[in-house]
Write a protein that binds this ligand. Structure first.
Ligand code: FAD
Length: 467
């Protein structure tokens, strides 16, 4: 029995220790990327083992809203929603200012549709989020569970994975990657709760262990603008994939890219969905002034909010928008925690925010149907009393940079050549959001996780079948 280190390390060897079992595929991480890949592999008859550090696979996926963008799905067609792969590819590329790797975007977009159609055929009750469009999306294409939560998506994925015979080993923190001189992954070492280090060999390895949002040191180094921001994702996003990649001199991409969110209720730590903005709500600083065109996107809004006095803003909306928001469980949670405040008129709203009344009156007067303000936002409607307010800050949701991969989810070496049997997808790999915070199109996270898991599984199965 060996005591294991908890930090990711690389072991160079010619073979795994004698007597160690080998499986066709090991998947590191049991979030939506890992479980989707497992289900796809088992569906094609390939054995795989998911190694998950937690007692139950949850990951950031469980904390998410669980909205997955996909085009030309069976569900969209049955609802008469006209969408195409090309339209979604263009939407992703446009939001990323052309900086996303187009072949990867194309591969993810096709794979996510295959994944959603297959998961639906296996009984997952997908619905389409309706009532509003996220910034940058051309049509209604967010696929979700009826409960509209990532937690229920994960619960169902796990049930399906178990039912399909995917081996999920929980409380198994992978710390070691074993690799030979030809850069072929031999297997992994993982730590058990009692400190024991166990080993498993594999023919192919998929890293599905997400990014580095839960590693404050890496966030300070790579995303200094978010160093002080709240991290709303899973603590297991500790940067393992990148730390292994650095030791193996693998190529990285878009390490300064991330998904922020400008509407994180504090001190309640709950999400207020951006739907209220898209239907006419606004964000106002503690000085009673608007400070950005909020319809640009919630990710970049995180930086705008953090730049305001006290790093906070107030989400302001009225009764019809409150009704819309109450359709989202995240918001209902925030309301139940006491995040919602209501003011009968402008004067009491100013008192609530603690700002100058005349400043707030001037701000609200600008919100008028058809009016385009100095920030470039054109309003559909005015806001009418009573006003509702939620105090929010800018949060880091997850990182979008990581191991560089090709359009088959193969991890690339520093010279651009693919590793022979190492794959990465979801938050462990580079994303499709370009650089910084403003290239993130709503849903890119789960597009990369669910689409990427499906894509990687199909390439791995093909490779193993050829061998
Ligand atoms: C509040 C919030 C809301 C969001 N809403 C959305 C949304 O609606 N739509 C969208 O597209 N995106 C959303 N996102 C982003 C989305 O959650 C992520 O992009 C997505 O969940 C990534 O999936 P994943 O499988 O790559 O990672 P995860 O779901 O985080 O899974 C990774 C797993 O790997 C495990 N792991 C890590 N390291 C190891 C190791 N060394 N050994 C073993 N196991 C390990 C972790 O424990 C974890 O279970 C949201 C994020 C947040 C925080």
């Amino acid at each position: 029995m060996t005591k294991a280190s908890t930090s990711p390390s690389v072991v160079r060897a010619t073979a795994m220790p004698e007597g160690i079992m080998t499986v066709p595929v090991i998947i590191v991480g049991g979030g939506s990327c890992g479980l989707t890949a497992g289900i796809a592999l088992r569906g094609g008859g390939t054995e795989c083992v998911v190694l998950e550090r937690d007692a139950t696979p949850t990951g950031s996926t469980s904390l998410s809203s669980g909205f997955i963008p996909a085009a030309q799905t069976r569900l969209q067609k049955s609802l008469g929603i006209a969408d195409t792969y090309e339209l979604l590819i263009d939407d992703v590329m446009n939001k990323a200012h052309g900086q996303a790797p187009r072949p990867l975007v194309e591969a993810y977009v096709h794979a996510v549709t295959e994944a959603i159609d297959a998961l639906e055929a296996k009984g997952l009750p997908f619905e389409i989020v309706n009532g509003f469009l996220y910034p940058g999306h051309s049509v209604m294409r967010m696929h979700t569970m009826p409960e509209k939560t990532g937690a229920t998506f994960m619960t169902r994925l796990e049930q399906l994975a178990q039912q399909d015979g995917v081996d999920i080993l929980t409380q198994a923190l992978v710390t070691e990657l074993w690799i030979d001189e030809q850069d072929r992954i031999l297997g992994v070492g993982y730590r058990r709760p009692d400190g024991r280090l166990e080993h498993l060999g594999c023919q192919c390895l998929l890293l599905a262990c997400n990014g580095f949002g839960g590693n404050p040191q890496m966030v300070s180094e790579l995303l200094p603008e978010m160093a002080q921001a709240v991290f709303a994702g899973h603590q297991g996003n500790d940067g393992s994939a990148i730390l292994w990649g650095r030791q193996l001199c693998l190529r990285m991409a878009d390490l300064d890219a991330y998904q922020g969110h400008g509407s994180w209720a504090i001190p309640h730590n709950a999400l207020v969905t951006w739907a209220f903005i898209m239907e006419g709500g606004v964000q106002i600083s503690a000085l009673g002034k608007r400070f950005s065109d909020e319809t640009g996107g919630y990710s970049e809004a995180a930086i705008h909010v953090l730049a305001q006095p006290g790093s906070i803003a107030w989400n302001i909306f009225d009764d019809p928008l409150l009704e819309l928001l109450r359709g989202f469980p995240d918001f209902r949670d925030a309301e139940a925690l006491g995040a919602l405040r209501t003011a009968a008129d402008v004067a009491s709203l100013a008192d609530l925010i603690g700002c100058d009344r005349s400043a707030l009156v001037a701000t609200l007067n600008e919100i008028a149907p058809g009016h385009t303000d100095r920030l470039g936002r054109t309003f559909k409607r005015s806001l009418t009393a009573p006003y509702h307010a939620v105090k929010v800050t800018g949060a880091l949701f997850h990182t979008q940079g990581g191991l560089d991969i090709d359009a088959e989810a193969r991890v690339l070496r520093d010279d651009g050549l693919p590793m022979p049997n190492l794959f990465a997808a979801g938050g462990a790999a580079r994303g499709v959001s370009g650089r910084g915070a403003n290239g993130y199109l709503a849903g890119n996270g789960l597009l990369s996780a669910v689409g990427g898991g499906w894509l990687a599984a199909s390439v791995i199965a093909r490779q193993l079948n050829k061998a």
